[in-house]
Design a protein around this ligand. Structure first.
Ligand SMILES: Nc1ccn([C@@H]2O[C@H](COP(=O)(O)OP(=O)(O)OP(=O)(O)O)[C@@H](O)[C@H]2O)c(=O)n1
Ligand SMILES: C[C@](O)(CO)[C@H](O)COP(=O)(O)O
Length: 377
């Protein structure tokens, strides 16, 4: 089914206030209209209906997205009709009609409406009314209202294209939404579950709620990996994940050659796309000769904090035949957790041999792999 998207954005947003209509106001870093457009991006040809005074704002909000702008009318229904007429040139099978003022519409709500259109001429999301309903005058309750069978309507409201175009052309005006128009034309409309997150920005306080919802929805999670190798040389111990482990050799390196800590440090830099350990602490710089690798690790962890990330977890795998890591793994985990400021259950230290294959199998050195996850807090 070829589905088009029609976003109505010609309203003036008088109830929401502000210096410009609500759809062009900033919400969590971008215009309300941009969030709505992005929710529907890629679903099909998209028309956005705007007020004639808003073209420059609309063009800015649509930058880089394939959207056709069309001028709307005085009422919402006039704007929808203008959008439908614009779609007629390359008529789709179905159309999703969306309020621009609903920037948090969940993807699953859109999917439910689309799926329902496989078997129905119209479909729209709604939530059953769950609060008691009264009538009132001023500050006095004047009566109660039965709420059974009552729903709160949301968008997108989806219809087979020829049916809704005919319905809008025939409607005398004054409809609150497209379901009302469709029903006036005798179309059956299926209710699909709506979502509390699908709020319409109507009043000034709705911006803060929408921003909170978007923040939850657009959680910024980064994953980085790190890999490091150090060769053995003459010595009597190695430093692994901050723990001194007796051995008949040591690891060769400019610093203390803590291969595990280096891999974690690189995983943290990688998650932030901030280069690698060699870039921040060049081996050519004599000040890092013999340095404790915790300087590098804490630098990367502090950088993450400065950028607003929390470290969610790190996972390290040490690859060597000897020394045996198992007896020291708990100490390594505790040390790494303390340096990173994490609970121990967010730090994993594992080890494996390479079955005597390759340079680790020949005991020429130790390799380490690490993964780190960062979450914007
Ligand atoms: N002439 C109109 C009126 C409304 N709308 C759109 O219809 C949707 C729902 O309307 P509402 O939330 O009432 O928006 P406004 O009309 O802008 O708000 P207000 O009534 O507070 O002025 C909005 O996306 C709005 O831009 C439209 O395209 N053309
Ligand atoms: C279409 C609509 O969003 C359904 O809830 C609503 O009818 C339009 O907004 P308004 O606040 O009723 O003008």
């Amino acid at each position: 089914m070829r589905c088009a998207v029609l976003i109505v954005a010609a309203g003036r947003g008088t109830r929401a206030g502000g210096e410009q209509p609500k759809q062009w106001q900033n919400l969590a870093g971008k215009p309300v209209a941009r969030w709505t457009l992005e929710r529907f991006a890629g679903l099909g040809p998209t028309v956005m209906v705007i007020h004639r005074d808003d073209r420059a704002r609309a063009e800015a909000a649509c930058a880089g997205l394939p959207v056709t702008l069309v001028e709307g009318g005085a009422e919402r229904a006039d704007s929808v009709r203008a959008g439908l007429e614009a779609l007629l040139a390359d008529a789709p099978d179905a159309v999703l009609i969306q309020d621009v003022a609903r920037p948090c519409t969940p993807v699953h709500t859109i999917a439910r409406v689309r799926a329902a259109l496989e078997t129905a001429a119209g479909a729209a999301p709604a939530l059953p009314v769950s609060d008691a309903l009264w009538t009132g005058a001023g500050e006095r309750v004047t009566g109660t209202q039965d709420r059974s069978g009552l729903y709160r309507a949301q968008t997108p409201q989806g219809f087979l294209f020829p049916d809704i175009l005919t319905a809008h052309r025939a409607h005398p005006g004054g409809a609150a939404d497209d379901v009302e128009v469709a029903r006036a034309a005798g179309l059956d409309v299926t209710i699909v579950p709506g979502d509390e997150a699908n709020l319409k920005i109507t009043l000034p306080e709705d911006f803060a709620r929408a921003a909170r919802l978007l923040k939850e929805d657009t959680m910024d999670i980064r994953v980085g990996n790190g890999f490091d190798v150090h060769a053995f040389e003459e010595g009597d111990h190695v430093i692994l994940c901050g723990v001194r482990v007796p051995h008949d050799r040591k690891l060769k390196g400019h610093s203390d050659a803590d291969v595990g800590m280096h891999a974690v440090t690189d995983a943290l830099y990688g998650a932030m796309a901030e280069g690698d350990i060699g870039q921040h602490f060049p081996p050519s710089d004599p000040q890092w000769k013999g340095a404790a690798s915790e300087i590098f690790l804490t630098h990367a962890a502090e950088m993450a904090r400065q950028k607003g990330f929390g470290i969610s977890n790190v996972d390290i795998t040490l690859i060597c035949e000897r020394p045996k890591v198992g007896p020291h793994a708990a100490d390594m985990r505790a040390r790494m957790a303390r340096l990173l400021g994490l609970e121990e259950d967010r730090v994993s230290v594992k080890a494996t041999t390479s079955e005597r294959l390759g340079f680790t199998g020949r005991e020429e050195g130790i390799a380490a792999l690490a993964t780190a996850t960062l979450v914007k807090t």
